[in-house]
Structure formats: structure tokens, C-alpha cells
Ligand binder design. Sequence first.
Ligand SMILES: N[C@@H](CCC(=O)N[C@@H](CS)C(=O)NCC(=O)O)C(=O)O
Length: 295
Amino acid sequence: MDRALTWSPPYRAISPRPAIQKVFNFHPPKAKIGSIKPIDVHVSGGATLWFMGSIDPSELWSVILHTINGHESASKLQLFSSFISPPSFSVRIALNLKGVDYECKPVYLFKGEQFQPEYLKINPMGYVPAIVDGDIILADSSAIMWYLDEKYPQHPLLPSDFKKKAINYQASHVVSSSLQPILRVPILMYIKEHVGHEQQISWIHKHLEKCFTALEELLKDHAGKYATGDELFLADVFLAPYVIGYPEKYNFDMTEFPLLSRLGEEYLKIEAIQGAIPEKQIDFDRSFYYMDVSN
Ligand SMILES: N[C@@H](CCC(=O)N[C@@H](CS)C(=O)NCC(=O)O)C(=O)O
């Protein structure tokens, strides 16, 4: 395929960044770009990017982003994450869905790297995930999602329909605000050491059951192939880490949760999710992965 790009003179007009944001707002599916050669992408101020030759529509976004990123910024987004962290898993999914090229910087939680002064400058809470994107330093998975969705609008994480959007807010928050904080590994370790292993397992099961029951009920009228329809959105991005591998890890019976079980199977067919699973991360360590549940 001829991927040569030439820039028409107005290209110079697309700097500085505010104009470039307009390029990102260009929405390929609405523009029927596959049929137009050369392709023109309108940006603010009437500037036009001319793409000469044939470009596969499915590749257009990566070509635009690659080209603009190449011109505007030398550094890749850095993701500080841990293989064991569900919110890190969610952010990896979002980055992959959006096709954002990023560099993974593992934070070894079991070695206490999250409390090192260097890391606390990135996230004073001492948690992963966090990102550094140019001059933006950002922590907390929800904040990162909102930021990513504005900065990289390709593959939007929220549907345009406001009711579906609301369901996505609720489902993603049930996971990130109500479930994740009580199932944090240090909490599980504390219960195991100070209360007992059996109580720790019943704690995990009780809270998974409560959350999964609510999500089954919430999503039953909205789900399609995925949580809120036939496209992957924020609800899926936050839910995936808890329905892939998680029930198995904690020996949690999913029989009562047919919808969530099916979603877990669907998610595993998605490349962006497959690439984000804990086992595929450079810092994956089996013995640490099971440390909080093993006797
Ligand atoms: N609200 C935060 C929570 C992040 C969080 O709890 N991260 C855990 C891993 S899942 C962590 O870094 N724990 C380190 C520790 O507790 O020392 C988010 O969604 O990003």
C-alpha cells in the first residue's frame, strides 16, 4: 500500500496545538473516507491535511496520529502500572483501544516502589496507575480515562446517547469506587494476616457477589455484545479486569452471573484487551500474582 503522505501548504496552519485538537475531532466513520482519494481532513481555520495515495480507512487514524505526534512530540506516553492492579489493566485497555502508543513503566508494588520519593512525585497517593503524557502527569484511573478520551478521541469511551452514557458512568463507578477500594491487595493481605485466610476469602466473595449482582441487574436491559451495546465503552473497560481471570484467581463461582460471564468471554476475543491482561505484562510474576490468596 502506498502510504506516502504529502502536506499541502496549509499544514503549517495547523500548529499550534488548539488547531491540532480539531484534527483529532475529525470522525472517520462519518466522513466515508474510504471512497475519497486523495483524502482531505479539515482542521480548524480551514487548514487541510492532504493524504495522497491510497490509505486503508482502518489505518487512517494511526497514520494521522503517527504523523502529528512525529511532528509535535518526540516522547511517548508513559504508563506507570502493575500487572496485579485492575485499574492499571483498565487503563491499558483504554490505551490499546485508542491505539495510543505508550511505554509501560512497571511499578513493583511488592518491593514498595510506589512509596519511593521519585514515584510519589508522579502520584503522591502512591498508587498505580499513573501516566505522564508530555507535560501532563496524571493519576487515578477514572481521571486518566476522562483525560484520554478528550486528548485521544478515537474510539470514544462513552456513547453519544446520554442514557447509555449514564449507565456507563454508573457501571464504571460501581467497579472503580465501590468494588476496587475494598478489594485492594494490601487490604486482602491485612485480612489474611490479622483475621484469617477463610475470612479473607469470604470477604472477597461477599463483595464480588454484591457488586456482580448489581451489575447483572443494571446491565441486563442495556447489554448487547458488550456491557452497554455492541461497542466497547467505559463500563467494559472497568469491568473487564474483574471478569477475566479474577473469579478463577479467587475461586469465585460465576454461575449466578451469566451476563458477566458472557462478557468476560467476549472481552477475551478483543486484541486490545488480550494485550492488556496481567499475564502479558513485562512485570508479571506468578508467585506475587497469587500471593494474596495462597496459604
Ligand atoms: N482510585 C485509584 C486506586 C488505585 C489503586 O488502588 N492502586 C493499587 C493497585 S490496584 C495500588 O497502587 N496499591 C499500592 C498500595 O496500596 O500500596 C485508581 O482507580 O487508580
